[in-house]
Design a protein around this ligand. Structure first.
Ligand SMILES: [Zn+2]
Length: 262
């Protein structure tokens, strides 16, 4: 989505942006009240909302927000991002988001135009449109226009998507498997996610109009990030399509959004 001017971020600009200060935002009350009324947060109990707010406060104090492509990140915008980001770690704790600092916000989808080195040390020139991305151990980039489309209970949430990548990366590999709590069998996780991933790939390849965004078939990492969006935004869809994956995600995130939203 996004019809705005496409901006590109040269790598030099990226690195200069990421020297910013720490925790430069305060929670905006009006923005908090507004975002809490979105369908995504339906059914949360008062104690959960209080914990969500604590996590959002921690995020605002910990991350350095900056705007790019001509946008100023106001506290209200940072508050919306923090609210979405807090939900996945509601029962995990803020420490899951530590070890990186920068969140850069673009007005809309932006064109990434720069060089990336792959795991073999080969540098590729890449240029494509993005609504968000994360760099391992490094910054998160978000399109504000996409943030504004998030939280509506329609299966789309760029903030949850990018933060899910950050959780995934904590295992050392970006492979769709975050560090698992004891009690979750890694073999079961690998098996059930693989079955679901293969199923979606097969359906997309055969031209089927899938209810789950075909972008999830890009890689196991994208599968986890996209399905995390469905888990929180439209848990009924995920539970219907891939019940075993829903169950594993529920044990990982320690939440049952389906029970909460119904
Ligand atoms: Zn992604």
């Amino acid at each position: 989505m996004g019809q705005q001017d496409k901006k590109s971020i040269p790598m030099e600009l990226l690195s200069s942006l990421f020297s910013g200060g720490k925790g430069n935002r305060a929670l905006d009350e009006q923005a908090w009240l507004t975002v809490m009324r979105l369908p995504l947060f339906d059914g949360l109990e008062d104690a959960e909302r209080a914990r969500l707010r604590e996590l959002a406060d921690q995020l605002l104090a910990d991350k350095a927000f900056s705007g790019a492509g001509g946008i100023e990140v106001e506290d209200g915008m940072a508050t919306v991002i923090a609210a979405f980001a807090a939900l996945p770690v509601l029962n995990l704790g803020y420490e899951w988001y530590q070890d990186w600092r920068e969140i850069v916000v673009y007005p809309g989808e932006y064109v990434f135009d720069g060089e990336l080195m792959d795991e073999h040390g080969i540098v590729h020139h890449v240029r494509h449109e993005r609504s968000g991305e994360v760099l391992e151990g490094g910054p998160m980039v978000l399109s504000w226009e996409d943030v504004e489309h998030s939280g509506k209970g329609e299966g789309y949430n760029v903030v949850i998507h990018e933060f899910a990548h950050k959780l995934d990366m904590r295992s050392g590999d970006t492979n769709g498997r975050p560090p698992l709590h004891s009690g979750i069998d890694p073999a079961e996780w690998a098996r059930e996610f693989q079955i679901a991933y293969d199923d979606l790939c097969r359906r997309v390849d055969s031209g089927e109009e899938t209810v789950i965004d075909p972008y999830a078939t890009e890689s196991p990492a994208e599968f986890f990030a996209v399905l995390s969006e469905y888990f929180f935004e439209v848990p009924d869809v995920l539970k219907r399509e891939y019940p075993a994956v829903y169950g594993l995600m529920s044990r990982f995130y320690r939440q049952d959004p389906l029970a909460r939203l119904n």
